[in-house]
Ligand binder design. Structure first.
Ligand code: 13P
Ligand code: ZN
Length: 267
């Protein structure tokens, strides 16, 4: 059996944590990541038939029954870049239990945001069967923007597209927005997953962001681009503007690269 510390799925998690933390998006224990792992791939590194312990999930995750996910532990500091803060779980056949098959040593458990992660995986897989990653963190400028900007998805997306040329190319589907809600609950999980039916990015106003992607790179890159756009907004919104990226500019760019964007978010 190969060394799990060399497994691309484990190294990828540590690398994503490092990237997100280096940007200042993961103070203390903030941020969490979950990534679907193919059982054949996991079997190269661990005995997937051995269940170390089980943890009740608290809701019905049966659409993910028998699927394996590598998940960050609740309370883990991404700044530590530690394999000890990761675990691999299998969703039980009835969807009610997480079977820990590796990691979460010393009684650790999965992120408190597991409802938002699993419910979002369930919805994104319906839209894109290749989606594997859900990630959450606290990008500074996006959080600041959510205090100043109206929390309307069309207006918020248009502002982000208008402050960063790459925006409409990277998130042509726009951003979903939730009002401030109590985090770590099934309610916020369900609300996030509802938005994930349409969007790969969901802003939790005055808290942070969720992003979905086929790869860790893609999900973190999405956050990077949204956060850059929010940073330009925060640097410029209180100053008189002399120039802007117009609807016509955005339409010509989207047409040039052939991207299908939310047309109803312009005009
Ligand atoms: P966890 O440490 O439980 O993952 O929570 C961090 C967080 O960002 C909560 O929203
Ligand atoms: Zn958070």
């Amino acid at each position: 059996m190969k060394d799990i510390y060399s497994a691309p799925f484990a190294l990828g998690m540590i690398n994503a944590e490092r990237r997100m933390d280096s940007k200042g998006w993961c103070e203390r224990n903030s941020g969490n990541i979950s990534c679907l792992v193919a059982e054949e791939e996991a079997r190269e590194y661990i005995d997937t038939s051995k269940i170390i312990r089980t943890i009740p999930i608290g809701f019905d995750a049966s659409p993910l029954a028998e699927r394996l996910l590598i998940v960050t532990a609740s309370g883990s500091y991404f700044s530590n870049h530690s394999f000890d803060d990761l675990g691999i779980i299998r969703i039980s056949a009835d969807g009610k239990t997480a079977e820990v098959i590796w990691g979460f040593e010393g009684g650790k458990r999965f992120t408190s945001e597991l409802p938002a992660h699993l419910m979002s995986h369930i919805e994104r897989l319906k839209v894109d069967p290749e989606n594997r990653v859900i990630t959450h963190c606290h990008p500074t400028n996006l959080m600041a923007m959510s205090f100043l900007h109206e929390l309307d998805e069309k207006a918020f997306t248009r502002t982000l597209w208008g402050t960063c040329t790459e925006g409409i190319m990277v998130f042509p589907d726009g951003v979903g927005i939730l009002p401030w809600m109590v985090c770590g609950t099934e309610d916020i999980g369900r609300a996030t997953a509802e938005k994930m039916k349409q969007y790969r990015i969901v802003v939790w106003a005055m808290h942070g962001i969720y992003a979905a992607g086929r790869t860790l790179n893609e999900a973190v890159g999405l956050i990077d681009t949204v956060e850059k756009a929010a940073q330009i907004y925060m640097l410029t919104s209180s100053l008189p503007h002399k120039n802007c990226i117009s609807d016509e500019n955005l339409i010509s760019l989207a047409d040039h690269i052939g991207v299908s964007y939310r047309k109803d978010f312009l005009g």
